[in-house]
Design a protein around this ligand. Sequence first.
Ligand code: GLN
Length: 383
Amino acid sequence: LIAPDGTSVPTIFAEMTALAASTGALNLGQGFPDEDGPEVVLEAARRAIADGVNQYAPGRGFPDLLTAIAEHQQRFYGIELDPSRQVLVTVGATEALSSTLLALIDGPDDEVVVFEPYYDSYAACVALAGARLVPVPLRWPDFQPDLEVLASAVSDRTRVILVNDPHNPTGSVFSREVLDEVIRLAHRHDAIIVTDEVYEHLVFDGPHVPIATLPGAAERTLSISSAGKTFSLTGWKTGWVTGPAELVTAVLAVKQFLTYVGGSPFQPAIAAGLRLPETFFASVAGEMKAKADLLGTGLRAAGFNVSTPGGSYFTVVDAAPLGATDADTFCRELPARAGVVGIPLTAFASPDHRADYATLVRFAACKRVEVLTDAVGRLSALS
Ligand code: GLN
């Protein structure tokens, strides 16, 4: 996963974006929008640079952003956080995840339960931290875990149950029963819940329910999010961790030696973004749902079986009806056959489980309507 000989470089996302660039194909692979986020937020960053916000930020983040993050959690979810002790700004959700896992994991006897398929950095960070990954499968087409399988994966060796809701790559939103079971198991086995909610504002039939708001969760949950998806600013790499003060401090202890801090001028700009009116956040979800609907309808018309997402940037299809037997090969040939790039779901599974996702492909809906329309038109030529 993190082989120093370079065999794990580049990631599937970088590889597929490069393939799109070299072939001129439409990139429905890597999840980044092709339009930048709100002008007020862009302008706030320009102003911050002009106003001299160009030296190191404080280790936890500028107090104003810490406050804006806490206020946002209060406004949307009723979560009460002490901004000076329970919030930490990170270099994207990626650093929030890596420093959290490095902070919580003690050694090779620790296990981290993840839902598979999983975002690529999860397995890599668990490996970096020297722990064991215990995958719980999510199955086509609804991608909810089986509660008995989940219960049997968690034991006293479990240090972390890693939740991702809404889920990348499948687009599923976990049911209340699943979240309740995660909390019950975390209590029973004294595990910490780490929840990656970067798609919190991309839930199509909301509201989003953070696991930290459910009974018994807050005291043992670290919640992670990022400005990237909410504000269509993935290149700003500004994220955060929130939760119990002592756990957040443990994450800071690691984070300060990974990057110390991220880019200063983005912080006041993200604070301004988090304070945008409710209408902005509603439009983020509404527009992405419309795009996911357009993409899903077009993919169905093109002959794929389609799993309807509950949220996120992504839609997963089964390419078997189009003759695919191996999603990896299918995706590598797709630029030449149809001028479109997607990501094989096998890239999100551990090597011995790849066969379970053999014909599934992830397409990103976070592109302009014209691009999505063009893409599904091209794909319809496959059948
Ligand atoms: N989260 C993005 C995706 O799933 C990729 C980010 C990255 O390239 N690391 O497509």
